[in-house]
Design a protein. Structure first.
Length: 135
């Protein structure tokens, strides 16, 4: 019983700090994404602007997620998993962006609403990519 409690404590403690670092990584990446979106919005529509911002944020996010959040080295496996998770994430985000625009959110606010919805989902997917199932 004591061993099981110790294992649960270690896992919770490790995940707490991963979530904390993920929050920092996500904040920085989201700010980069949103800044690129806003700059592009001056010359293009919301969908293209969001896509460009997403690409710029994706690069920033991979570097920070790999080295800072999960303390891993880049590998083909985690790069492929990261890209695949973000392909799914992008599809969800662009759909939500258009939904929020459709219901009347401003083009300046809609990306922020999208990020509020997808950040927790993204953490769970990336945790599985970088950590997998812990035994």
């Amino acid at each position: 019983m004591k061993q099981r409690i110790n294992n649960l404590w270690r896992r919770w403690h490790t995940d707490f700090w991963r979530i904390f670092r993920f929050g920092i990584t996500g904040t920085v990446s989201s700010l980069v994404h949103y800044a690129a979106y806003c700059l592009m919005l001056l010359v293009a529509g919301p969908n293209l602007s969001y896509t460009v911002g997403y690409g710029v944020g994706l690069i920033c996010n991979y570097v920070l997620t790999t080295y800072f959040t999960f303390h891993e080295a880049p590998t083909r496996r985690n790069a492929a998993g990261f890209v695949m998770s973000h392909v799914l994430n992008y599809a969800l985000e662009i759909a939500l962006l258009n939904l929020f625009l459709w219901v009347g959110a401003s083009q300046w606010l809609a990306p922020i609403l999208v990020m509020v919805v997808v950040v927790p989902i993204n953490f769970l997917i990336l945790r599985f990519v970088f950590v997998g199932r812990e035994k």
